[in-house]
Design a protein around this ligand. Structure first.
Ligand code: NAG
Ligand code: NAG
Ligand code: NAG
Ligand code: NAG
Ligand code: NAG
Ligand code: NAG
Length: 267
């Protein structure tokens, strides 16, 4: 079997360009090596690429695998589980329910916990629904982004999300990181960022998730961000949390401002 999936096929799939309109030459190409990625198949057919199978009549990644760009090649890579998410309350990105957090009898898993809600919580759950990458994952709540101690050489992050990220104690920092964070050079030494999930050219706002530098899971979030933007799910989330709003959102607890643009498409 071949390992690598044609660049153009996946590029068109993920970035949502019109596959048909692009005049693609490979309609249901059956070669000696099997059926191409994303082409129609029957169960007796062989799919061409490693870790792909005929599922729902289409050659696609097998369960537990997802399309990943490695170097210049796409492949169906194994989905990596995430075990810990660190977060901070910031309405309506992340809304905490204190009563729930204090209770010992509630499910506090990333997948099911009712103690957190908000834009980012909906987003990671939507990613989990597709990827199933939060089978054994817990959320750690902290009270600050963190402060840099400049008395040490090099300066070190002592508290909050940044200290946890710097010490590789989490897989994902669930907070809306934006342009102002990108401009802090010390932050770039410990953290990398995902694709932009909120983008508003008018107010020049871009928001991303944060990850430890050595993170192996960013591709999963980037893939899903492109998919969910294409499906207009991200727009719906903005409407749900920033336009419609909920009674649990308190302006006083909003750290990161975002002004939605009702008229223009925000994505
Ligand atoms: C196929 O999946 C396995 C794990 O199931 C992984 O180890 C391997 O790297 C994958 N191969 C390719 C070419 O994606
Ligand atoms: C907060 O959590 C408690 C306990 O789980 C629950 O009874 C209550 O309805 C929740 N409040 C909100 C606003 O969701
Ligand atoms: C989440 O809830 C489902 C359904 O109640 C349960 O089967 C599962 O074990 C729970 N936890 C996780 C991490 O999925
Ligand atoms: C879940 O993760 C914890 C530590 O993160 C580990 O101790 C435990 O064995 C894991 N459980 C399963 C079912 O994998
Ligand atoms: C965190 O991981 C990075 C990359 O593997 C490593 O360079 C760094 O030393 C680690 N930091 C700590 C505090 O373990
Ligand atoms: C926002 O509210 C409008 C009017 O009540 C409703 O039609 C729409 O479905 C809501 N959008 C979301 C994403 O919840």
């Amino acid at each position: 079997m071949e390992h690598f999936i044609t660049f153009s096929t996946v590029f068109l799939l993920i970035f949502g360009l019109q596959y048909e309109a692009a005049g693609s030459p490979n309609k249901a190409t059956v070669t000696n090596g099997g059926i191409d990625y994303n082409e129609r198949c029957t169960l007796k057919d062989k799919c061409k690429y490693t870790n792909t199978s005929c599922i729902d009549g289409i050659c696609q990644c097998q369960p537990g695998h997802a399309i990943r760009l490695r170097g210049k090649q796409f492949l169906c890579a194994e989905i990596i589980q995430i075990h810990n998410i660190v977060t901070i309350e910031d309405h309506p990105w992340v809304i905490k329910n204190e009563t729930c957090l204090k209770s010992s009898s509630v499910d506090k898993s990333c997948r099911n916990s009712s103690c957190n809600s908000g834009f980012l919580v909906d987003l990671i759950r939507k990613i989990d629904q597709d990827m199933r990458n939060m089978n054994n994952c817990t959320i750690t709540e902290v009270s600050s982004i963190g402060s840099l101690d400049s008395s040490t050489n090099p300066p070190t992050w002592k508290t909050g999300i940044m200290a946890i990220v710097a010490n590789n104690q989490t897989d994902l920092a669930m907070a809306p990181f934006g342009v102002k964070h990108l401009r802090v050079p010390e932050l770039g030494k410990i953290m990398r960022f995902s694709a932009i999930f909120v983008h508003n050219t008018i107010s020049a706002t871009n928001f991303m998730f944060g990850f430890p530098l050595a993170s192996e899971i960013i591709w999963q979030f980037d893939l899903m961000t492109y998919k969910l933007a294409k499906q207009r799910y991200l727009e719906q989330l903005l409407e749900k949390w920033f336009v419609n709003g909920t009674s649990s959102w308190s302006k006083k607890k909003q750290l990161t401002p975002y002004e939605p643009n009702r008229v223009c498409r925000t994505m």
